[in-house]
Design a protein around this ligand. Structure first.
Ligand SMILES: [Zn+2]
Length: 409
């Protein structure tokens, strides 16, 4: 409670604190420089110091009175007197931005950029800050434009290119996202192949949904050249279904499950998503059913140790009303692999459905004792972001393919 109050006080009075600190810094500078006996006459330097002190005292006074606009004006006046105080501009701008007062941050950085008397590197820094202001304020178009202006002056700006990548991925402009990732891979040290592959898969997905399968296949081939991601493989699987290449589809499904058994549930949920307006919709459904039958007939011992694979099988069996088969499968699995909360819930539901109520009650009691309840189906292994939706790019930390599944209770 006290901590929260302190935080609020800090927010409300941040400018005042800053003003006092800046005044102290200026006094410190004045003292240091006076000892160095720089060329300026003592009288002249004293008058500068007096002027600065007056300005900061005024600014502080305005802040105490809550008049931030006048306070800013006083701060800006100070910069004319001492070039070094340009840093105070940046400090103030950053403070406003982090305080959510974007318009004030913007006006400070704009007035810096417009100044004749600053160095090119300061101008570049101010332009970058301005881009961050627009970015934080949600003015996406202006942010993009300003980031690009920075790159026109100096292309070797990793953080700026990275910001552009993030924005274009957010707004799902995959062409531009691709261009800037390529640029980033040339400027930065970090390998961008995985991310570029994901972006190309997104491009290919859009083409798939429009029924442009040939163009989709080409983009997808490009994606594989960069890196074979799980989402690339799932999309290729959907293409095989569209084209009627059932043997290829079966082979790829097996490969996917062997490599990533924990993704089994995602694979089948992803395959279900299909634009029903497309001419091939019926054929697609038919072939998907064939693929499901093939999956159910698989009896690979390694695969069956994965809860996600077992869960997928049970879901498919239940969808086709084969409750007894689903129960037999899970009953056998629970007896040999036992301790999975993930599957216990499913097991209890099936026990009820096949009429074994006493056993269901017994199992429920055991489950409740060590259940860690959760609200969502999926979460991000990097940052813990939760969602019921499947996300290939985490909306929170922007990492790709960090999704994990958990049982929704
Ligand atoms: Zn995340």
């Amino acid at each position: 409670m006290n901590y929260v109050l302190l935080l609020d006080w800090g927010k409300d009075h941040a400018l005042m604190v800053l003003a006092v600190v800046i005044t102290l810094v200026l006094i410190y500078h004045y003292v240091i420089e006076r000892d160095k006996a720089v060329k300026l006459s003592k009288k002249y330097r004293n008058s500068i110091f007096e002027a600065q002190s007056r300005i900061f005292l005024n600014a502080t006074q305005y802040l105490i009175e809550g008049n931030k606009d006048l306070a800013i004006k006083e701060f800006l006046n100070a910069v004319d007197l001492n070039r070094e105080t340009i840093e105070t501009y940046f400090a103030l701008g950053g403070l406003f931005r982090s305080n959510g007062e974007i318009d004030k941050a913007i006006s400070i950085h704009r007035s810096l950029i417009a100044r004749d008397s600053i160095s090119e590197s300061t101008r570049l820094q101010a332009l970058k800050e301005l881009a961050h202001d627009f970015d934080k304020g949600g003015f996406i178009d202006k942010a993009i434009e300003t980031y690009k202006d920075v790159l026109k002056i100096n292309r070797d700006q990793q953080d700026v290119i990275h910001s552009l990548c993030r924005i274009y991925e957010d707004i799902e402009d995959w062409d531009q996202a691709y261009n800037y990732r390529i640029m980033l891979s040339k400027v930065g040290q970090e390998n961008q192949s995985e991310t570029i592959s994901h972006i190309l898969v997104q491009k290919a997905k859009a083409l798939f949904d429009k029924g442009q399968f040939k163009a989709c296949a080409e983009e997808l081939d490009d994606a594989f050249r960069f890196a074979p991601s799980v989402s690339a493989k799932i999309l290729r699987l959907r293409l095989f279904l569209i084209l009627g290449k059932m043997e290829d589809a079966k082979g790829l499904l097996l490969e996917l499950l062997k490599e990533h058994p924990m993704y089994a549930t995602f694979i089948f949920v992803s395959l279900e998503v299909f634009n029903s307006k497309l001419a091939q919709a019926e054929e697609y459904k038919e072939r998907l059913n064939q693929l499901k039958s093939y999956f159910l007939s698989m009896n690979d011992i390694d695969l069956m140790t994965s809860p996600s694979v077992v869960l997928s099988k049970i879901r498919l069996l239940k969808d086709s009303q084969k409750t007894i088969d689903a129960f037999d499968l899970l009953d056998g699995w629970m007896k040999s692999h036992g301790h999975s909360d993930v599957l216990k819930v499913e097991y209890i539901k099936l026990l009820i459905e096949v009429g074994k109520v006493d056993e269901a009650l017994h199992q429920t009691k055991g489950l409740l004792n060590n259940l860690h309840s959760s609200l969502t189906r999926h979460y991000c292994s990097q940052c813990g972001y939760n969602s019921d939706e499947i996300f290939w790019r985490c909306p929170q930390c922007h990492n790709w393919e960090t999704i994990q599944f958990r049982w929704k209770v």
